[in-house]
Design a protein around this ligand. Structure first.
Ligand code: GAL
Length: 414
């Protein structure tokens, strides 16, 4: 290359940069990703976006609080008040559809799906869940697994334990640990969803995948022996959690595993992202007790409000989160697998490689605590039941309230 060509190249590059800067623009992204792996993944997406659109100012409008416990309320106020962000994090399934789509707040995204060929790269089941009234309404960036039992390996080795596959095994291990002065099960339910989350895995482990799925259609009786048994089991589990659980967030509960103070944590695989961010790798994983071969799934997706102030910038964002490059950069940090089917497994850690295989072979059920199984008002009602239950442990009262919640949701007739 001679000097003239070099000069020409430099001028061209400067012009392109100038053009991009001149694009100007703004992008406001709303989520609840503020902790270790969550924030790391989000920042990575922002970096990629900046490379593609250097002139756009990105506003990170994240609201702290696991599972969107605070963010969802803020989002509602903003959307109803006519002040929507450009794109927001929303769980695929009922949370997206029942809260935002049927109410007319979202922009349809069919052309983005078409132009990017996404119908070829997302699994069929995912595409079906995204569709309502024949249109696509959000772009999934990942798949999370909710029903994982995480454990501190050093503690398990020291006490000769293996991951419990049944509740009997779980309680035997928990008793041993408790006697040794170790917290058997970490819990951080200052956002009550974390208790709902554990309870959801107990429902799956007790009713089996079909029985659990039937809870959301009315096919399984909320008043039956299965739900009662699950409540009894969960009540017993609460005998083995850290006494300060109500003061801890989910990631502070995960700290107990990192610090070797607690042995087990039944939680979603964002805990894996949190371990990575905290540079802790002495952990193991297994399906939660009774949850073998079942993938309790949820997906974080991004949707665009119909009244997004910067629709072009929002479209670029959606294209990025749905792209191979975006998902391959985000998910290894976030602790989730790609929603797309074509990501390179070698970019992911051993846990995530395991999860990818399970995703293909397991029976998939929708997560309750994370918006996939039931509409938000129903999830909120179950969260209220859990708030009472973790302090009172009154099985009969909780079951009555759960029966009522199903009726109020319009799914059960009694
Ligand atoms: C879930 C969400 C995950 C993770 C978790 C804890 O609802 O899908 O991405 O952030 O909450 O905040």
């Amino acid at each position: 290359m001679n000097v003239r060509q070099l000069w020409k190249g430099a001028v061209l590059a400067a012009l392109m940069l100038g053009l991009a800067m001149a694009q100007g623009g703004k992008l406001e992204i709303f989520s609840w990703w503020t902790t270790g792996g969550e924030a790391a993944g989000l920042v990575k997406l922002f970096e990629l976006y900046k490379q593609q659109h250097p002139g756009v100012e990105i506003v990170n409008a994240a609201v702290a609080g696991g599972a969107g416990s605070n963010a969802k309320a803020v989002l509602k106020t903003r959307m109803i008040g006519g002040d929507p962000p450009d794109a927001f994090q929303v769980h695929m399934g009922h949370e997206l559809t029942d809260t935002w789509v049927v109410t007319g707040f979202m922009a349809p995204l069919d052309d983005i799906f078409k132009q990017n060929g996404w119908e070829e790269v997302y699994p069929k089941g995912v595409l079906e869940l995204l569709k309502w009234n024949g249109h696509y309404w959000s772009v999934p960036v990942n798949i999370h697994r909710a029903n994982v039992l995480w454990y501190n390996k050093a503690i398990f080795d020291k006490y000769g334990l293996t991951p419990p596959t049944s509740y009997d095994d779980f309680f035997a291990a928990a008793e041993k640990l408790k006697k040794a002065g170790i917290v058997p099960l970490a819990l951080g339910d200052n956002g009550i969803w974390a208790s709902t989350h554990v309870f959801e895995t107990v429902l799956i482990g007790t009713l089996g995948p079909d029985g659990y799925k039937g809870l959301w259609t009315g096919a399984t009786d909320w008043n039956g022996a299965g739900v009662r048994k699950a409540l009894e089991t969960f009540a017993k589990m609460l005998d083995y959690v850290n006494s300060d659980h109500a003061a801890r967030s989910w990631d502070q509960a995960n700290d107990l595993i990192v610090q070797g103070k607690a042995a087990m944590f039944i939680h979603g695989d964002w805990a894996n992202g949190d371990f990575m961010a905290k540079k802790f790798d002495d952990y193991g994983w297994a399906p939660a007790p009774g949850n073998g071969d079942v993938y309790d799934a949820l997906s974080d997706s991004f949707g665009m409000p119909a009244k997004a102030p910067h629709p072009q910038e929002a479209r670029w964002w959606l294209e990025l989160v749905g792209s191979k490059a975006g998902q391959e950069a985000f998910n290894p940090l976030k602790g989730s697998i790609c929603a797309r089917t074509d990501c390179d497994p070698s970019l992911f850690n051993p846990y995530l490689q395991w999860a990818m295989k399970q995703w293909k072979t397991n029976e998939i059920v929708p997560s309750l605590a994370h918006g996939a199984a039931a509409k938000e008002s129903w999830v909120a009602a179950i969260n209220d039941v859990m708030t009472l239950f973790v302090t009172r442990r009154n099985v009969e009262q909780a079951q009555k309230m759960l029966v009522q919640a199903c009726a109020d949701a319009g799914v059960c007739s009694h």
